[in-house]
Write a protein that binds this ligand. Structure first.
Ligand SMILES: [Zn+2]
Ligand SMILES: [Zn+2]
Length: 165
């Protein structure tokens, strides 16, 4: 969705989050679709969406994501879905030199009705984001241009259910 500001321009942040949303629709998982965009010095350096490793069968090929069958929700059973997550796929295209100081934009979409799913990296992706030296993570939380959260990568939840340090 394009929402223009007072100057009739779409903000940079909204543009990158929209870009992440476009990639989310390319996702092959039928439970949840995520898109990620890595930006450095005002340029998109990498993109990713969740899907099975290249050459492997996707959730959409088997017609099922086991997470749906087992009625699992955010944070549960990521290992039984075949997908490499959007953030991981985006990071895999980059060297550490590239990701050091870059920002990551993440948008999640519900396949049922294309509504926005409040984006949140899983602990495993959070680890990778921190390790890659990403500075800030922008998470889409609604359709509106201002509906996002900016989280320093360091503050992401990277260990499930444990105290962070
Ligand atoms: Zn899946
Ligand atoms: Zn993840």
């Amino acid at each position: 969705m394009v929402i223009r500001g007072k100057d009739n321009r779409v903000s940079k942040i909204d543009t990158y989050l929209n870009c992440a949303e476009v990639f989310a629709y390319r996702s092959t998982c039928i439970k949840r679709k995520y898109g990620a965009v890595i930006v450095k010095d005002d340029a998109v350096i990498s993109t990713g969406y969740n899907g099975a490793p290249r050459g492997k069968k996707n959730c959409c090929d088997t017609g099922n994501c086991p997470r749906i069958e087992k009625d699992l929700h955010q944070g549960q059973g990521y290992d039984i879905c075949r997908a490499v997550h959007a953030e991981a796929n985006a990071l895999l295209n980059c060297s550490r030199e590239q990701t050091l100081g870059a920002d990551l934009y993440l948008t999640g979409v519900n396949p049922k009705d294309d509504s926005i799913h409040e984006a949140k990296p899983c602990p495993l992706c959070a680890r990778m984001i921190i390790q890659a030296g990403i500075k800030d993570v922008y998470l889409r939380i609604g359709k509106g241009a201002d509906e996002y959260r900016k989280v320093p990568a360091e503050d992401l939840l990277w260990v499930a259910g444990e105290e962070q340090d």
